[in-house]
Design a protein around this ligand. Structure first.
Ligand SMILES: Nc1ncnc2c1ncn2[C@@H]1O[C@H](COP(=O)(O)OP(=O)(O)OP(=O)(O)O)[C@@H](O)[C@H]1O
Length: 394
């Protein structure tokens, strides 16, 4: 930690006096507040006029389980913010799990610990138990394929074939759901597999005794597109399972009619109970995603027009899906330039222009804004995450 602060203190943005102060205060925000610098260009700044308190007191209060999902555009700092929040929860006495559902995991790198293997790994260096997990997409995809083959059209067809009635399945062409699940369009299977794995993981956290002691669950989610599919998954699966059950019922009544015509035995009604159970579990996940008492989606972004435009769309989609969202982290903010560095001045001006958008954006303006500075060392390992977390989560 000491060496991190020492490196932070060498930031080009600060004067020697400010650097000393940074070492003492270990907070860039404190530093900026104490030394309000004139921007290199006369641009309007909202930095000093907006709410910068994250409301961590509210996030940390209560012993009941709470879920936080952090998401946004690729590379904006979702993993760093998620890991820093998990570290902060653990250091405030909450046994915590941090889960990455991003197929391109970087949680291992962020925590500086090997999390490959899809199992819970204890994180060292925190006050209360903190465990981390990277959902294994390959494992999840395999699980999903075998489940859909077992319960989808393939399974039904095998059953019917074994009775010499396979033709019947082909006649129910309008309900080829098993096929949809066996060979979904490119990209969808991964989204579904990961989403399903996450949903099941959530259910495991909710149902299993093993996880009952964890009071905070933080998700480092995949970039926006994946995340939106993930959040609409329970509804999608609910509809799919509903159709599959309808298909099974149609087949069951058709075979019953054939049985009486040919005098053959009744087929076994396997699978329907499991489908019904899966459907119920999905409904629970959906309710969980939508409950503001237990769940919050935190949008992470950076101060660029492109990133903020995407954040606005994400916010609108989350609201449409009725997912609770109330905080926006603007990460990697640069402080005003104190030198005559033209590049820094241009970046600052650009950043201010982007930040102005937040106030004008009907979606984003309603959110609690959390500002997080661009730190000139890599945020890696628990001490660095603690440092970052103390800046963001106040
Ligand atoms: N405030 C910050 N100051 C300095 N570096 C940062 C900050 N936030 C994130 N970074 C760095 O930016 C890089 C990307 O961060 P991170 O992996 O957290 O982003 P991400 O949104 O999860 O990315 P991906 O979409 O690729 O998973 C990392 O090297 C991280 O250390």
């Amino acid at each position: 930690m000491a060496s991190l602060l020492h490196r932070l203190s060498k930031s080009q943005f600060y004067t020697p006096k400010m650097r000393t102060n940074l070492l003492l205060n270990s907070s860039i925000h404190t530093l900026i507040n104490q030394y309000p610098l004139k921007p290199a260009l006369p641009v309007r700044s909202i930095v000093t006029t907006v709410e910068t308190i994250a409301g961590f007191d509210e996030m940390v209060s209560g012993l009941q389980r709470k879920y936080y999902m952090l998401g946004g555009k690729g590379g904006v700092g979702k993993t760093s913010c998620a890991a820093s929040l998990a570290v902060k929860f653990a250091n405030h006495g909450h046994p915590t799990i941090v889960v990455s559902t991003d197929p391109a995991h970087s949680l291992s790198d962020s925590l500086d610990q090997d999390l490959t293997g899809g199992i819970l790994v204890p994180v060292q260096g925190v006050d209360s138990p903190l465990y981390a997990l990277e959902v294994n997409p390959e494992k999840a995809r395999e699980e999903f394929r075998s489940a859909s083959q077992q319960h989808g059209e393939g399974g039904v067809k095998n059953l019917m074939d074994s009775m010499g009635l396979g033709m019947l399945v082909d006649q129910l062409g309008d309900l080829k759901l098993g096929e949809l699940l066996d060979t979904p369009p490119p990209g969808l299977d991964e989204a579904i597999a990961i989403s399903k794995a996450m949903a099941l993981q959530v259910m495991e956290f909710v149902e299993s005794q093993e996880y009952s002691r964890f009071r905070r669950v933080v998700f480092d989610t995949a970039p926006t597109g994946h995340t939106l599919r993930l959040l609409s998954l329970p509804d999608f699966l609910d509809a799919s399972i509903g159709k599959m059950m309808k298909l099974k019922k149609k087949i069951a009544s058709a075979t019953a009619a054939l049985k009486s015509a040919f005098g053959k035995g009744e087929p076994q009604q396997d699978g329907s109970d499991k489908l019904e159970q899966l459907r119920e579990r999905m409904a629970k996940v959906r309710d969980l995603f939508h409950d503001p008492e237990t769940t919050e989606f935190v949008i992470v972004t950076i101060p660029t027009v492109m990133a903020l435009s995407e954040s606005s769309r994400l916010c609108s989609s989350l609201r449409k899906e009725k997912v609770p969202v109330q905080r926006l982290i603007v990460n990697q903010m640069i402080p005003p330039s104190v030198s005559d560095c033209k590049f820094c001045a241009m970046k600052w001006k650009d950043q201010m222009r982007a930040l102005d958008l937040i106030q004008k954006d009907s979606e984003l303006a309603k959110l609690k804004l959390i500002q997080s500075p661009l730190i000139d060392v890599e945020i890696r390992g628990v001490p660095a995450l603690k440092f970052m977390g103390d800046i963001i989560w106040k």
